[in-house]
Write a protein that binds this ligand. Structure first.
Ligand code: SF4
Ligand code: SF4
Length: 123
């Protein structure tokens, strides 16, 4: 089935809040949203991938003590990191794939207009 639009969503359970996706996306697909904001699930993530207040334990263990200049799992965004990523403008995606290799949580999903499903793999 042909789809009309690109679909992008973040599986919020795995998002570290590193902000890499927002920083690399050339077309403004992502916004960083505070974890307690009512806007935190305003992308097309399916119910199981929405933010319900619980980080995936393995992802937290892997990243919580990494000191790379980005805050991990902070509740609020300070302009450089923190909060959680929401793909508010997924239909603008041009599938450049920049975010797909920069996502620490490996939690970005893109479904193109032919229905092909891409998932981020951190490089
Ligand atoms: S693949 Fe799409 S969402 Fe990701 S950085 Fe490129 S344009 Fe932005
Ligand atoms: S790059 Fe991945 S882990 Fe980092 S803020 Fe974006 S969606 Fe979350």
């Amino acid at each position: 089935m042909l789809r009309d639009l690109m679909q992008v969503y973040v599986d919020k359970r795995y998002c570290t809040g590193c902000q890499h996706c927002k920083d690399v996306c050339p077309v403004g697909v992502y916004e960083m949203v505070d974890r307690n904001s009512p806007d935190v699930n305003k992308d097309s993530a399916p119910p199981e991938a929405q933010w319900k207040g619980v980080v995936d334990p393995a992802t937290k263990a892997k990243w919580e003590n990494v000191n790379d200049g980005h805050r991990h799992f902070a509740d609020t965004n300070d302009g450089t990191s923190g909060g959680i990523s929401v793909a508010i403008n997924g239909s603008a995606c041009i599938l450049c794939q920049a975010c797909l290799i920069e996502c620490e949580g490996e939690c970005i999903h893109i479904i193109d207009d032919n229905g092909n499903h891409y998932k981020s793999v951190y490089k």
